[in-house]
Design a protein around this ligand. Structure first.
Ligand code: SF4
Length: 387
């Protein structure tokens, strides 16, 4: 992923193209087997929830967009009948995939995929067992997701976790969750502030910018030792240490209605083509201070790409991003061995347990990157050789 992304950025930089995507959000369907409290998709697309994109239409969109990374989300992508064929065809086009799932069907659909370094399962977990099951409004989901993660790791897949931080999120519990996931061999952890969808009725779960910054300052302290795969510049933004401009075109969303404009959160139009989205969206109308709907938005879909694509660049940003990119943050376990799982794997999964430390994880047999200490950073000339 690192070399693909570096090559892609170099080519785009040389071409002088101003607006180009880094990660395409592909929603082949909006159907889901859960009704999570904070989910805007099942609400916004309620009237078209049964619509589904044919594989060929998805591939046409992937090709037109050209982003090197495709995040297959939804809805629940493992409910998409041809998910194996879709992923296989995208991989054939030399893309990288994050498949975002709630994990319920992970064991059932695992045989549809083949492990490769270009494919990650990205399993959504918003806390330990009790908390997560409350967030997704169904008992047993945490346990099923954990069983899915174990099966995926045993089969040789890369697995990341994805956690949404809400107003009520207890960051210490998230540290406990990450410690537990490390024992399962999970390769990295993504974090994002909750999306403030206008279609979600319970608005009190979402945070103001100031609240997000406080939460992420704490998260940075408590979660520093874990393999967080959020970029350093986006983390600085989330902690309120710098300003970034929204670059929503960096993470465009395609779904059964078309290209969602301007962004993953706001829908002012659906465009038939990616070119139409880029050319017919008045991008300077959107972002913090420009549109009231953007006021508290700090989501990755608007800002994670900004460090690379946007304005407000600082001296040293490029080097900071390169260092992070080449630090081996993704791919977690340095020698490929997962730590042993303690007991039944759920001892800490009730939100009340004591946090396992990396040293405890796997009874000392763990070989995760965290347990092994910081990853080796490549020398400067090595970075430029790869570029
Ligand atoms: S600031 Fe957030 S809501 Fe506004 S356009 Fe950007 S990503 Fe969308």
């Amino acid at each position: 992923m690192t070399t693909s992304m570096a090559g892609y950025l170099t080519r785009k930089g040389l071409s002088g193209q101003e607006k180009y995507p880094l990660v395409m959000m592909l929603e082949p369907l909006h159907t889901c087997n859960l009704t999570c409290t904070g989910c805007g998709r099942i609400r916004e697309y309620k009237s078209t929830i049964d619509e589904i994109l044919p594989v060929e239409q998805c591939l046409k969109a992937v090709e037109e967009c050209g982003a090197p990374i495709v995040s297959i989300c939804g809805g629940e992508p493992l409910m998409y009948p041809e998910i194996g064929r879709l992923a296989g065809e995208i991989l054939k086009r030399k893309k990288h995939i994050y498949l975002c799932t709630n994990g319920i069907f992970l064991r059932k659909r695992l045989h549809d995929f083949k492990p490769t370094s270009r494919f990650f399962f990205n399993v959504h977990l918003d806390g330990l067992e009790k908390t997560h099951d409350i967030c997704v409004e169904r008992d047993g989901v945490f346990r099923e997701a954990v069983e899915g993660i174990k099966a995926a790791k045993a089969a040789g897949f890369l697995v990341a976790s994805n956690t949404t931080i809400y107003k009520e999120t207890d960051i210490e519990e998230i540290a406990e969750l990450f410690a537990y996931l490390q024992t399962l061999g999970v390769d990295g952890h993504m974090l994002s502030p909750a999306y403030s969808y206008s279609s979600v009725m319970t608005q009190d779960i979402f945070m103001s910018r100031q609240e997000i910054q406080e939460k992420f300052r704490l998260a940075s302290q408590l979660l520093e030792r874990y393999n967080i795969v959020t970029s350093p510049i986006y983390m600085e933004f989330l902690r309120g240490e710098r300003e970034l401009m929204c670059t929503a075109w960096g993470n465009p969303t395609y779904n059964p209605r078309g290209w969602k404009g301007p962004c993953y959160l706001i829908t002012d139009a659906h465009h038939e083509t990616f070119k139409g989205l880029i050319e017919n969206t008045q991008w300077d109308k959107y972002g913090h201070g420009r549109d009231p709907r953007c006021e508290n938005c700090m989501v990755h879909a608007g800002y994670e790409a900004s460090a690379v694509l946007g304005g407000n660049k600082k001296l040293g940003d490029t080097w900071k991003m390169l260092q992070w990119t080449f630090s081996g943050k993704m791919g977690g376990l340095s020698n490929g061995k997962a730590a042993k799982v303690n007991g039944n794997g759920h001892a800490n999964g009730n939100g009340k347990g004591k946090a396992a430390t990396p040293a405890h994880a796997g009874n000392g047999a763990g070989t995760s990157q965290v347990a092994a200490g910081p990853a080796q950073e490549p020398k400067e000339n090595e970075v430029f050789r790869i570029l």
